[in-house]
Design a protein around this ligand. Structure first.
Ligand code: PRP
Length: 229
């Protein structure tokens, strides 16, 4: 099956739609957009709107859940988007052109356990470890590479609760400041990988709207370079 592009031309041929998720990705994307000469005209924290106009008439922002950004871009609901590397690894990245690591929303994917759980001993003894996570694909690969036997339990949030309630021995989750782990008496025992957000682009849109999309990608690239000298 070839690359997908949005059906119809509801937004006009040259309208560029950028998918962002609320929170860290949205906040960290604003300075990059600003550097590209684009201001978002509404604050998603106070507005209930899901389509936000910008100061550039041909560019609009759609707000979707972080896990839905790759799907929107893959099927042409958005021409491009900003998605965490964690989300992209779980999605698989099919049909997405990934031209740029934006180096924003940086954190790491880690294994954490209760402070009183001897993770090293459990691994050494070859015990089966119960792991709760939203990131089942990354977790499966990580533990398979290490030869650790795990039973994975899929959760959609509040992973930190799993070891505290006896649901799991360990979690695989994103860690940024480490404050959430600390507040829940959990400790990081393994770093799986560093994570940052990437620009993803619909491959068909890149052909059909080449000029405006290229200009936007180049602006993001310059802003990223300026932020990371
Ligand atoms: C992430 C992650 C942790 C927290 C870690 O959750 O799942 O709960 O951030 O951050 P810290 O190390 O700075 O405390 P997020 O707030 O992104 O929401 P989510 O649970 O919906 O993923």
């Amino acid at each position: 099956m070839g690359p997908f592009v949005a059906r119809g031309c509801r937004a006009g041929a040259e309208m560029i739609t950028l998918a962002l998720s609320k929170g860290r990705i949205f906040d960290d994307s604003l300075p990059l957009l600003r550097a590209a000469g684009i201001e978002v005209l509404e604050d998603p924290e106070t507005s209930r709107k899901l389509i936000l106009a910008t100061t550039r008439p041909g560019v609009r922002v759609v707000l979707v859940r972080a896990t839905d950004v790759p799907t929107y871009v893959q099927y042409g609901g958005a021409d491009l988007g900003v998605a965490g590397h964690d989300i992209l690894l779980e999605h698989g990245g099919q049909g997405l052109y990934q031209p740029l690591d934006l180096r924003i929303a940086r954190c790491r994917l880690s294994v954490a356990v209760r402070a009183d759980f001897d993770y090293a001993a459990a691994v050494r003894q070859g015990s089966r470890i119960r792991v709760a996570t939203k990131y089942t694909h990354c977790a499966r690969e990580h533990f398979a590479d290490k030869g650790v036997h795990v039973d994975l339990i899929k959760l959609y949030g509040s992973m930190e609760l799993a070891p505290l309630t006896g649901l799991a021995d360990a979690i695989v989750d994103l860690v940024s400041t480490g404050n959430t782990l600390k507040a829940n008496h959990l400790v990081e025992v393994e770093h799986i990988m560093p994570i940052s957000a990437r620009l993803v682009v619909n491959q068909a849109a890149l052909k059909l709207k080449r000029e405006p999309l290229r200009a936007l990608i180049d602006a993001f690239e310059s802003a990223t370079a300026a932020n990371n000298p």
